[in-house]
Design a protein around this ligand. Sequence first.
Ligand code: 6GU
Length: 246
Amino acid sequence: MKCDVLTLFPDIFTAYLNESIIKRARAKNLLDVKLYNIRDFSSDPHRTVDDYPFGGGAGMVLKPEPIFRAMDLLNEDGMQRKVILLTPQGRPFNQASAEDYSKEKKRFVFICGRYEGIDERVKTLVDEEVSIGDYVLTGGELAALVIIDAVTRLIPGVLGDERSIEDESFSWGLLDYPHYTRPREFRGLSVPHVLLSGNHKEIEYWRRKQALKKTVKVRPDIIKKMELTELDKKILSEIDAYDEDA
Ligand code: 6GU
């Protein structure tokens, strides 16, 4: 994934982009992020980026000029770009969006809104408005990082163990099953026997059951939308909390 980020707070990104899997993806050139401070594209001596809203009301609005000037600079290289505006008014981002983005050939631009809003005319530059959930953040920076993270881990070669993604698609849509490592017994809490059995068929069955159980309990909406296999239906019939008619 290659992207340009327009933000008033580039420092928010640097710590996260310089750790762990994301750092390694950048080192391998599988992820390229260039940060641009919108304030650097202000044209007045006070480096103003916001102004009062026409029509009155509380809060400030991001001015259009600095963002247009930043986009003019990006466009000088003639590359095709997909421009995403991060806003709580956007289309909800999900795992399917992450998969689409991970296959995108174009360079991305993430425009991070701040303050109470952004001048509506900026949207003439934008291909998609995207939100990461039904709550309000103080700015789009965390949303851009969430998207970059979710997309990067889907790019082939980023995760050390390619099975991590395979395992996920086996249970795609379900919440994950419980994981255990050594010691077998810890403060009176023991690892479920089946995981020590070496019986891979039984382990697979147990994990699927645990994933279904967890999902029924905390995300019944996911179960309702899923295509269940005959095995899933059998497992679910063994789970008390599940009501087929709900
Ligand atoms: Cl993309 N931006 C802001 N400010 N808040 C959000 C969001 C984005 N997605 C959810 N909440």
